[in-house]
Design a protein around this ligand. Structure first.
Ligand code: HEC
Ligand code: HEC
Length: 88
């Protein structure tokens, strides 16, 4: 096998591994029964085990102060995209 072909196969392998890891990560987030987050007590709305703060349907008004202006994670709260993929 030519060397350049080998290099191409290695790149492909790296990409496949990368995509697999992302998929496993997303699958895990689909059912966050064992969430790694530790939200404050005002997060009282339980959505399949993930505690949401009230006003969750207007996140751009109610959640940005802690979860970041684009909801991808801010000073204290994590990213909503950890569990929600393309909702926003
Ligand atoms: C005053 C700051 C603050 C505001 C405002 C806030 N959050 Fe949070 N939120 C946090 C913190 C802190 C965490 C925990 C982050 C961690 O443990 O890394 C958290 C975690 C979460 C989690 C993960 C909980 C779990 O059980 O896994 C969800 C879901 C969440 N917030 C939803 C919301 C929603 C929806 C809003 C708006 C309606 C909101 N938050 C507004 C601070 C806030
Ligand atoms: C730890 C995982 C997790 C995090 C982080 C998270 N959510 Fe959720 N969220 C869920 C789950 C699980 C549900 C319930 C299943 C569903 O409706 O998709 C849900 C449901 C919702 C719903 C209701 C959807 C409906 O149709 O009833 C809204 C709105 C929402 N989340 C907003 C947010 C916002 C805003 C943030 C960030 C501040 C956030 N979520 C962060 C897991 C999470």
């Amino acid at each position: 096998m030519k060397k350049s072909t080998m290099v191409r196969y290695k790149k492909l392998l790296v990409q496949v591994i990368f995509v697999s890891i992302i998929s496993i990560f997303l699958m895990y987030c689909e059912s966050p029964t064992d969430s790694k987050f530790n939200p404050p007590s005002d997060h009282a709305i339980n959505k399949n085990g993930a505690m949401h703060k009230s006003g969750l349907n207007l996140p751009l008004e109610n959640c940005v102060t802690c979860h970041g202006s684009n909801l991808r994670g801010g000073d204290s709260g994590g990213s909503c995209y950890e569990c929600h993929s393309k909702k926003w």
